[in-house]
Design a protein around this ligand. Structure first.
Ligand code: ADP
Ligand code: 5GP
Length: 183
């Protein structure tokens, strides 16, 4: 059995990544970002919120495992906590977009990337609107980015899972984790 497993979950905004990740029983990495806080955000819980200057310092100091820009803001994974949790043998989960996921895969070739896809574009729009955290303009921007992400996910990821019924999705991903841990 492998000691640690790096699991990367990507997918369009609103598809259900955070909801799914929180039910897998692993340690979820808290990212750093320069995007403004949204309703429901909490410093150090959903993200570490930084200015651009602070974020660029973190890049320069080599504190990030990976980083990318998305919707005009920086997002990145702090290196140290992920390393510590991996060494403890935890299932380490990164909920990140596709460019950052490629950087993780380069550093940890054994990392498993799962792309969460929506059952349809209509359902994705409904989930984004239903979450009630983004303006209409931001929702349109996220749907545009989603089309590109879907292409990459289907082409490059180890697994694509359609997040239709939530319980089924959790079961499917738990099965993937068991299989990958047994390798
Ligand atoms: P993401 O992290 O991908 O942006 P969220 O986890 O915030 O997405 O989920 C977006 C919305 O969709 C939330 O309101 C969440 O409760 C809902 N949701 C997530 N998964 C499902 C599902 N399988 N079926 C129905 N609604 C879902
Ligand atoms: P949101 O603004 O909706 O919280 O996140 C926008 C996108 O950034 C999502 O696709 C999310 O998965 C991604 N993201 C969050 N944290 C990170 C990170 O640390 N690195 C990268 N590359 N992407 C991230």
């Amino acid at each position: 059995m492998k000691k640690e497993l790096y699991l990367v979950i990507s997918g369009p905004s609103g598809v259900g990544k955070d909801t799914v990740a929180s039910r897998l029983g692993g340690w979820i990495s808290v990212s750093a970002t320069t995007r403004p806080m949204r309703p429901g955000d909490e410093e150090g819980v959903t993200y570490f919120f930084h200015t651009r200057e602070e974020f660029e310092n973190m890049i320069a100091e080599g504190e990030l495992l990976e980083y990318a820009t998305y919707g005009g803001n920086y997002y990145g994974t702090p290196k140290t906590p992920a390393k510590e949790h991996a060494e403890k043998g935890d299932l380490v989960i990164f909920v990140i977009e596709v460019a950052g996921a490629a950087q993780v895969k380069k550093q940890f070739p054994e990392a498993v990337r799962i792309f969460l896809a929506p059952p349809s574009w209509e359902v994705l729009r409904e989930r984004l609107e239903g979450r009630g955290t983004d303006s209409q303009e931001k929702i349109e921007e996220r749907l545009m980015i989603a089309r590109k992400e879907m292409e990459i996910g289907e082409r490059e990821y180890e697994y694509v899972v359609v997040n239709d019924d939530l319980d089924t999705t959790i079961e499917t991903i738990k099965n993937i984790i068991e299989k990958e841990k047994g390798r």
